[in-house]
Design a binder for this molecule. Structure first.
Ligand code: ZN
Length: 569
């Protein structure tokens, strides 16, 4: 493989603690190495430019059946957005639900190299992996959903942690999954009966269990196995005024539990898209931000990490395994609605949404997402996301960086809101003057998520030995700049290396990379009961046989990266 030397750039790297010093970065055999180790490297002149590790997205919806439902039932999302094949680039299309091809290219253009698909229905894992396989450049993993799964509900109502863990290990292997995802625990199952679980103690119909028991039990099973990532949750009561109390109740379920993982993470709960969970008031009329209350809890509890779910003020396509929420949303906005049940496992819904700056609620939501980041004390535990495509497309990350780095940019946006004064009154953003720096951005978009995923030995930094995922941006932090310069520079990396392969040169995609699929192989002691339960459920309830369920073989995962976990002791 070619050797590279990226010379004289302003480097921002939380792993090495480099805050904008001019440092050379060397690449050899797919890894970052000491500069003395390269003999005859190709030199990249990065003078006057910003150098960071490749971005890591801990939570986005980019592959699988509900993304595809969104693509299919929103032809308007593709209008005027097609780009024909040229050079190494294949044909691409779509805006909020782009094709797999465009997904890979657009992340790469922003300097991202690793992206996690945040909700994989186990029954449709094969489809999810086929889409991941077709997404160029990026290393990807997928989180199977567990929070409404009949096996889990039955084991956890009797607090059978060992059986839950054995089932989790089996399902991760069967679906080639990466982590334990929970979406509206119990609520999506209740939705099968037209019901929901709106707080952590609402009973799940027919299962005699509560969301609190599901969440706590899955955290314990996760730590029993010692998985790389923690339990990853989208809590109950998403999107409703006053839901911040449910969020705090959910956070509290992690109290007293310590991480038990050799992969270097400190948290036992990752709570996703917290913007959607930080709402005060008791109606849309008195809707207000409770971001300070929510982030205060996160600031003072270091066994929790979160991502933002920041609203970008775009027209987008919402999609979630939170079936009852999507029904609620279609009743609010009267736009088209798709709803799916996934037998024994989960469900989902898809609804288009327009976050209009002229609607007071949307403007307040925008403020809440940014408040969470700007009031965070530890950027290593608070990560940038839009819950793509739910709060907006991932392609707006550079715009969010601009808002986080520039008070002026935020003020311009606030001043343009139709209900400016009411929005200011219901939020805290106008009173916050903090401006994040590039080091903090690197923590929120690289080092932090890599560490929370248990992947800090591979991604998130520029220390020798890590994968050579390196982005060079045309941004000079030592000179005065306008807010829009930030968005422009981070939308289009000048150079990008992925595992040592140059995939972007002079802002052009020059390679489809060497993408890998990450999955976790957790070994547990033999558990005859769980295997008997699996066989029985497939015979009695599933519409497919076990042979047609498991993901195996080169077709689905041509280039696997398996993380081995031994939980037999
Ligand atoms: Zn999500």
């Amino acid at each position: 493989m070619a050797e590279y030397l990226i010379k004289n750039g302003f480097v921002f790297d939380p792993v090495l603690g480099i805050k904008g010093d001019v440092v050379d970065i060397a690449i050899k055999d797919g890894k970052i190495v000491e500069t003395t180790e390269v003999k005859d490297p190709k030199v990249i002149d990065a003078a006057g430019k910003t150098v960071m590790a490749g971005g890591v997205d801990i939570h986005a919806h980019v592959a699988g059946p509900k993304v595809n439902v969104g693509r299919n039932f929103r032809p308007e999302d593709k209008l005027f957005t097609y780009k024909p094949r040229s050079g190494v680039e294949r044909m691409q299309g779509g805006f909020s639900v782009p094709t797999t091809i465009r997904t890979g290219y657009n992340y790469a253009r922003m300097g991202y190299t690793t992206v996690m698909e945040a909700a994989m229905p186990p029954l449709y894992a094969r489809h999810t992996h086929e889409e991941i396989r077709d997404t160029p450049i990026l290393d990807q993993g997928a989180y199977p959903v567990f929070g409404n799964n009949w096996f889990v509900l039955e084991y956890l109502k009797n607090h059978e942690i060992e059986n839950t863990a054995a089932y989790v290990a089996w399902l991760l292997r069967a679906t080639k999954g990466y982590a334990v995802k929970v979406v509206n625990p119990g609520g999506t199952e209740a939705w099968g009966w037209g019901l929901n679980c709106e707080n952590v103690h609402d009973p799940v119909p027919y299962f005699d269990i509560t969301p609190a028991q599901i969440v706590k039990g899955l955290i314990e099973a996760n730590e029993y196995l010692g998985l790389p990532h923690s339990m990853h949750i989208h809590a109950n009561n998403l999107g409703n005024p006053g839901n911040y109390t449910t969020t705090l109740d959910t956070f509290r379920l992690s109290e007293g539990i310590k991480p038990r993982s050799k992969f270097g993470r400190d948290q036992v709960m990752h709570h996703t898209h917290v913007q959607f969970h930080s709402y005060g008031g008791d109606s849309w009329g008195n809707f207000e931000s409770k971001a300070p209350e929510v982030i205060d809890y996160v600031n003072s509890h270091d066994n929790i990490t979160i991502d933002l779910g920041a609203v970008t003020l775009d027209e987008t396509t919402t999609m979630t395994a939170d079936g009852p929420f999507e029904h609620h949303l279609t009743e609010l906005n009267h736009l088209k609605w798709a709803n799916t049940d996934v037998e024994l496992e989960t469900g989902s819904g898809v609804v288009p949404y327009v976050y209009s700056p002229n609607i007071k609620v949307c403007a307040i939501q925008w403020c809440i997402g940014l408040e969470l980041a700007l009031l965070a004390k530890d950027p290593m535990r608070v990560f940038l996301s839009t819950d793509h495509p739910n709060a907006g497309p991932f392609t707006r990350y550079p715009r969010i960086m601009k808002w986080l780095m520039s008070e002026e940019a935020r003020r311009q946006q606030i001043d343009s809101f139709k209900h400016r004064d009411k929005v200011i009154e219901a939020t805290n953003l106008a009173g916050i003057d903090r401006e994040l720096d590039l080091y903090e951005i690197a923590q929120m978009t690289r080092a932090g998520p890599a560490k929370a995923l248990g992947l800090s030995q591979i991604y998130g930094g520029l220390a020798p030995g890590l994968d050579a995922d390196v982005a060079v941006y045309d941004f000079n932090p030592s000179e005065p700049y306008a807010p829009d310069d930030i968005e422009k520079a981070f939308s289009s990396a000048e150079h990008l290396f992925k595992t040592g392969v140059q995939v972007i040169r002079d802002r052009e995609i020059v390679s489809n990379g060497n993408k890998r699929t990450l999955w976790v192989n957790a070994k547990v002691n033999e558990n005859p009961q769980v295997m008997r339960d699996v066989r029985e459920k497939f015979l009695r309830y599933y519409t497919v046989t076990l042979n047609n369920y498991e993901v195996s073989g080169h077709h689905y995962i041509p280039n696997p990266y398996v993380i081995e976990v031994d939980a037999t002791q």
